[in-house]
Design a protein. Sequence first.
Lengths: 386, 386
Amino acid sequence: MPQSPIRKLVPYAENAKKRGIKVYHLNIGQPDIKTPQVALDAVKNNTLDVIAYSRSEGSETYRAKLANYYAKNDIIVNHDDIIVTTGGSEALLFTFGSIMDAGDEVIIPEPFYANYNGFSTASGVKVVPVVSKIENNFALPPIEAFEKLISPKTKAILICNPGNPTGYLYSKEEIQKLSAIVKKHDLFLVADEVYREFAYDGQEHYSVMQEDGLEEHAIMIDSVSKRYSMCGARIGCIVTKNKDVIATALKFAQARLSPPTYAQLASEAALETPQHYFDEVIDEYVARRNVLIEKLNEIDGVKVAKPKGAFYCIAELPVDNADDFAQWLLEKFDLNGETVMVAPAAGFYSSEGLGLNQVRIAYVLNKADLVRSVNILKEALNQYKG
Amino acid sequence: MPQSPIRKLVPYAENAKKRGIKVYHLNIGQPDIKTPQVALDAVKNNTLDVIAYSRSEGSETYRAKLANYYAKNDIIVNHDDIIVTTGGSEALLFTFGSIMDAGDEVIIPEPFYANYNGFSTASGVKVVPVVSKIENNFALPPIEAFEKLISPKTKAILICNPGNPTGYLYSKEEIQKLSAIVKKHDLFLVADEVYREFAYDGQEHYSVMQEDGLEEHAIMIDSVSKRYSMCGARIGCIVTKNKDVIATALKFAQARLSPPTYAQLASEAALETPQHYFDEVIDEYVARRNVLIEKLNEIDGVKVAKPKGAFYCIAELPVDNADDFAQWLLEKFDLNGETVMVAPAAGFYSSEGLGLNQVRIAYVLNKADLVRSVNILKEALNQYKG
């Protein structure tokens, strides 16, 4: 089982805190945004007196309301096209287990969400990476690059849209290119769309579920974690029109009995979140992104891809090994008693040797803290080089 | 992925209900017992305004209090011997993934909790069954039977104590026999002890964690589901003194980020449940068991093992195929508009052809409903034979 790259520096951060150093966490996707009141209230006002199993596929009412939410997002599905899972993590694990056998292959543009490695290992599946580049803002690699990697063992292409860790938002045209190739080779197109709402600069998110003729191939992974700042609820889902996938995923769901009951209450209520909540959140993230990218670009030798969605960016730093640098930031450096924690990007690549001088930065801190963090990073880079 | 035998009759039960038939559910382990008020209140009175990730291994305070709870049960562990999981299900899945590779084998006395099959399949691991018999109340099979099955691929022996579906409570002597054999062959002894409190007739539960010298071999699986009637919370844990197992299981835990936050609040508070809650619950289950066993024994041709723990029993029925009979109960039979749903026991066996005339009955209904259910079963058996 591979070590999560986001977590491996945790002991160094804990030691830094013990030494009295304030650590700004640019390394994790835990937003500081308040959970919608309507979701918090649903749990506080619940009247359950037996915390019983729910249905393995998730409560009937929640799935029905979810289908309505998707319809508003131009994704037309029924409640029985949905299996509620314990977070997007479990949705990925069930999907891998349902569509692949041990030894099968899934093609994923890299850098990718590092835990895809863990779920692959747990399912005995091999990740075949296709490189996307910082120079192109991590756009979809040429479709020929995918084509070259397809083998008899290839069962699926997996994308994250908008992307963690890249912040890249795939265009409709890019989704259609992927759609064509999965139809041609009879593969699944699995799309992790948990950041759907986080699309910036007037761009629209285009889901694999919107693509005509892709019904048997498209599997959408979703989660309430980021949408409603409810990471700890642990509710996600699998959405697909493919009945065989639903039937197999249901067996996985039944084996683990049910998704968490309280969290389903919160998630169902969260669907009533007023639009102004999202407007404010998106405004806030755009402002954070802008200040972060502007400040990072002011540092000599730093190259950064401008994210169009989610709340991450990949930055290339003027260091040989971002892993060592990230550890040094926590072990040896502080600026007036403060330092930053970043996620070394090599763990988001599957190809050995890629991303060694890159880090992922999550802009989940307020603007003032982000500015402060980038100043710390700048001074650290000065001293590290010198 | 194998189908859960407990779930496969669900569509028939739903159809029966649509026809206006009342169905008594003897098939599932969802207790009707109220969750402790202290746990319900902890959630209702929570003051969280961001439902954030917890630590992947579970919150520090919860694990510390869990260690205290175990100490009261003569199980001496530290908080860092514990990884909090999303239900006992995930604890089993992480354990299988941590101690076995694809193709490895785990020996399990059958009949066993059917979802062990699902977790084995998901982990690519092979279940090797060793038969326990209704004639012996499903006591531990002779240790020689285990010995014969041990191969170079064997990595663990898994028991459920007290047993689901058997209700059997292993004695200290039986645990010590298992302890000797796992030490001799350097295997793990995994014990699913989620029914620890449900030990009847003055018998004491003896944990694998109490056995001296077994520290590197013993892994305990636990859950709040049955103890506090909080099945829907989805909180369990892995407990072991083996640091390598903890380190590997932590990687699985990190890949799925965290166990559910609300449910951890409930579970931490549940540790303050007053003793009289358990006393009342145990009294209730003993009374239910007694009336159930007495009534079942009054039916011609029914043989039943008397359970010493948990809240299940296996009953042998005078039918050729309990699967067909269970379906018939839901599709073709009613007594004054009522019928019963039972879990055919074949799904709890791994050996083909065993348990075909057995069912698992969960005594999670009140006494009056249990009596009524057994009367329905008796009349059904009359008609089914005739």
